[in-house]
Design a binder for this molecule. Structure first.
Ligand code: ZN
Length: 417
């Protein structure tokens, strides 16, 4: 039955029998949507005096804003940094798969690459709204090539760059930064202050990472507008009590009052020990953003796979270079990371959910659209059980994925008069 066009307003959807995440709490309340947005039911009752056109029984589910993953390199065998011919198809394949992990939008991440690759890939990686076809794209995350040789991790040294020519270097390398959400750079590179200010003035989130910076260099970068730390603890100098390096930023008293510092954590228990998750959570919970940093091996079955130039072996909970113990990136989904974080830090379920939804939206400055269930925002949300398993994913109030073994979702339509 197509209800559109049969009445003088777009249909109102009423999600019933649910606990919704509002103002840092779960409350038993119905959630109302219209035209892909969350709406204020009081206005519906009192101003328009209409009842819901569709009622959905949520069977007591928790409803949380959809997850936002700001650092993901690929999945299902697709490596965003290696695609050149089939960029759109690769992104679309991953975007579709992310729906089952509760991810409603994300930032495809490109690691340090040859200049030619950026110029091939970036024009094809556009911001887009999510839909039944997949999670939305909020802009790319460019991780490198302006990073430190000393903490390059898996990034290829031959492609690393510096800012010797000023901001023009940034444009020369990437070609375009129109659809860029985040750039990860090392703040100890010469000219980084000028570069950070320029990027921030263009509304690009500057993240500090793959860096040997000391705390002071990190603090200067934050004063210049950097607002994120890339996978805290990984690819940076370790915390030292005389110079805590970038890790110390989460406890710094030199962050300007009007600025909020966020940091990504790979909450898989492998790349970040649970004790490190607990420390970060105790020190600076309101800046914590759960990221997967997932690699193309995520979502592939156990066993050996060839991904780009690498032979990768997927074991129970990790991916290694075949025949070695060398980790080659995270393969835990966002939903599993949230569950792991929740369990290992003993945080409330609300806190864990907000670290994967509200906080990344705050980081990107998009809370008017994403990251909460406030009236007027996009109706991107997920149904979860009390163990935080995702049972259904909605984008713009449309059901885009459902766990086939969960409860039956029933939609009741108001009969036409
Ligand atoms: Zn990295």
């Amino acid at each position: 039955m197509n209800h559109k066009g049969t009445r003088d307003h777009e249909p109102y959807l009423q999600f019933k029998n649910c606990r919704i995440l509002v103002d840092h709490e779960l409350i038993w309340e119905d959630l109302w949507c219209q035209g892909g947005k969350i709406v204020n039911p009081e206005k519906v009752f009192f101003d328009e005096k209409v009842s819901a056109d569709v009622q959905i029984d949520c069977h007591g589910s928790i409803i949380s804003p959809g997850y936002i993953d700001v650092q993901i390199n690929g999945a299902e065998g697709v490596d965003f940094s290696l695609e050149t011919e089939n960029v759109e198809a690769g992104v679309a394949k991953v975007a579709k798969k992310l729906l089952q992990h509760g991810v409603t939008s994300f930032c495809p991440t490109i690691v340090t690459s040859p200049i030619k690759k950026y110029q091939q890939i970036l024009p094809k990686m556009k911001r887009s709204e999510g839909s039944l076809n997949g999670a939305g794209i909020l802009g790319v995350h460019l991780e490198g090539p302006f990073i430190s040789e000393g903490k390059k991790g898996a990034h290829l040294q031959e492609h690393l760059k510096t800012f010797s020519g000023g901001f023009q270097d940034v444009l020369n390398v990437y070609g375009t930064i129109d659809d860029t959400a985040i750039i990860t750079l090392a703040p100890e590179l010469n000219n980084s202050s000028e570069i950070i200010k320029e990027l921030v003035s263009r509304n690009i989130t500057v993240s500090l990472g793959h860096s040997v910076a000391n705390l002071k260099e990190g603090e200067i970068a934050v004063k210049n507008g950097a607002s994120f730390i890339t996978h805290l603890f990984n690819a940076m100098l370790s915390f030292h009590h005389r110079d805590p390096h970038l890790v110390g930023l989460i406890a710094s008293n030199k962050i300007p009052k009007d600025q909020k510092l966020f940091y990504g954590l790979i909450a898989d228990g492998i790349h970040t020990h649970p004790a490190a998750l607990r420390i970060a959570n105790l020190v600076h919970p309101e800046g914590l953003v759960i990221v997967t940093d997932a690699v193309p091996a995520m979502g592939l079955p156990k066993g050996k796979h060839t991904i780009g130039p690498q032979e990768v072996e997927i074991l129970d909970d990790r991916a290694v270079l075949a025949g070695t113990n060398t980790l080659c990136g995270s393969i835990m989904s966002m939903n599993e990371c949230v569950k792991y974080f929740h369990k290992s830090t003993n945080s409330t379920n609300v806190a864990a959910l907000e670290m994967a939804s509200l906080h990344p939206a705050q980081l990107l400055g998009i809370t008017d659209r994403k990251g909460s269930l406030e009236f007027g925002t996009d109706a991107d949300f997920i149904f979860l059980d009390d163990e935080l398993n995702v049972n259904a994913t909605y984008i713009a109030s449309e059901l885009v994925w459902k766990n086939p073994s969960a409860f039956k979702l029933t939609q009741q339509y108001r009969s036409e008069s």
